[in-house]
Write a protein that binds this ligand. Structure first.
Ligand SMILES: NC(=O)c1ccc[n+]([C@@H]2O[C@H](COP(=O)([O-])OP(=O)(O)OC[C@H]3O[C@@H](n4cnc5c(N)ncnc54)[C@H](O)[C@@H]3O)[C@@H](O)[C@H]2O)c1
Length: 426
């Protein structure tokens, strides 16, 4: 069994740490946020990820949390980097947290492998390798082991991966990282570091491309009378295409897709290549979020003084993550139009992210007296909701179903004017 240090106690670092501990490894998770480390030591989980609290508790004897670098790296054979890489103003990835971690490794005396989990531009591994060499840390190896788990299903994804990608400069470092994953079944892709970095960015770009593609098909469906839900079903049954990521909606958000698409676009541009398709994917996504406003206006005219309820704030269900969530853009646009915004989400902290909105504890409360509702996140609670009661409570029963979650006919019989995304008008 190995000793693993994980830098970053966020969505990726905690899941990685908990899953490696569950495989029997000794794990130390290090973060720079005292509150976060204190909470973890008390057995509290600072993020919402299904199953994580149970997994951390079950492996508590093999998991330590610390603020102290020296404690984290002591005897560690693997130095996992899982810090944030948010976008800068230029769209490039901000690697400052990654460089801080690299600088913090100065005191590591034993042979170890730095393993990059954070999503980084192609070429980052080579730069890190260069810096380690410059500092005399030639006994430390380097591998890229990008993360493909999705929030909400991260633990299942880690345990049953579609693939494990390992890029290394030296064969032995790649072998060591592969051995660390023993016990996890899944195809292993071994490659050079640059290719591993690109696999992550390209995989995300492919998923975003499918989303923007089906969203554009949805917009053409709206203009021509077809129903994108049936269209996606018929298209997705083609084995060459497959059904995943063909759900039309109000666009993607989250902490990865928006920033990783910008980072890849910038990476290409900085290397002298204009990545036309990716630019279109990003633009389509931006426009898609804003189309909801047009749908509301079609029914309500001016939105000034109108009360609009946002149902769901997280960028997708089963997470409390609201980074780059479409709800934020929608709320901003609604406020700019003079609307009064009210919102509900079962786990995301609406008061922290939308100070301009009134936050309610239940969907029905949020809908009470509203002129329109927008279903933003496909929370299961919204499938179960008593929509007839909702229609009675609203001043005007209009629903824009931004995720095509509900049955248009049922909603219409419950008294709603129903607008989906790319669905034939009733
Ligand atoms: N969230 C996801 O589902 C997901 C999926 C795939 C890849 N990724 C990538 O993984 C990386 C981490 O994402 P995340 O969502 O976990 O981020 P996060 O913001 O949830 O967590 C990052 C953590 O790193 C900590 N940190 C910053 N500097 C540190 C340092 N010097 N030492 C130790 N900890 C430090 C922060 O305090 C924070 O707690 C990003 O590059 C992201 O693109 C994320």
């Amino acid at each position: 069994m190995s000793r693993v240090a994980v830098f970053g106690a966020g969505y990726v670092g905690l899941v990685t740490g908990a899953c490696f501990a569950d495989l029997g490894h000794e794990v130390v998770v290090r973060d720079v946020l005292p509150d976060r480390i204190d909470a973890l030591r008390r057995g509290e989980v600072p993020i919402f990820e299904p199953g994580l609290d149970e997994l951390l508790a079950r492996n508590a004897e093999r998991l330590t949390f610390t603020l102290d670098v020296a404690e984290a790296v002591r005897d560690a054979e693997f130095l996992y980097v899982a810090v944030g890489t948010p976008p800068t103003y230029s769209g490039d990835a901000d690697l400052s947290a990654v460089w801080t971690v690299v600088d913090e490794l100065q005191g590591v005396e034993q042979p170890a492998v730095v393993v990059m989990k954070s999503t980084v531009p192609v070429g980052t591994g080579a730069k890190v390798r260069h810096r380690l060499d410059e500092r005399g840390l030639t006994h430390i190896g380097y591998a890229s082991n990008p993360e493909f788990t999705a929030e909400g299903t991260a633990i299942r994804d880690f345990r049953h991966p579609d693939r494990i990608v390992i890029g290394a400069f030296d064969l032995v470092d790649g072998d060591a990282v592969e051995e660390l994953h023993r016990g996890i079944e899944g195809p292993i892709v071994r490659c050079d570091v640059a290719s591993a970095e690109m696999i992550k960015l390209a995989a995300n770009a492919a998923l975003m491309t499918r989303i923007s593609f089906i969203n554009e098909i949805a917009n053409v469906c709206e203009a021509t009378g077809a129903d994108v839900v049936r269209v996606a079903e018929g298209v997705g049954l083609d084995r060459r295409i497959g059904p995943s990521f063909l759900r039309a909606g109000i666009g993607y958000g989250g902490s990865c897709f928006p920033k990783d698409s910008l980072a890849l676009k910038q990476l290409a541009a900085n290397s002298g290549y204009h990545f036309q398709l990716l630019n279109a994917v990003i633009e389509v996504n931006e426009l898609q979020k804003r189309r909801v406003i047009g749908k509301l206006k079609q029914h309500l005219g001016s939105l000034r003084g109108k009360s609009v309820a946002l149902l769901g704030l997280a960028f997708k269900p089963n997470t409390d993550d609201t980074r780059e969530a479409p709800s934020l853009v929608l709320a901003g646009r609604l406020v700019a139009e003079g609307a009064d915004v009210r919102a509900w989400d079962p786990v995301a902290d609406g008061r922290a992210i939308l100070p301009q909105a009134t936050i309610h504890d239940s969907p029905l409360e949020a809908l009470d007296g509203a002129d329109a509702a927008v279903l933003v996140t496909e929370w299961p609670e919204l499938v179960e909701l008593d929509w007839a009661e909702a229609a009675r409570r609203m001043r005007n029963a209009l629903l824009v179903d931004g995720r095509n979650l509900l049955d248009p006919e049922e909603l219409r019989s419950a008294g709603f004017a129903y607008e989906g995304i790319g669905r034939a008008a009733g």
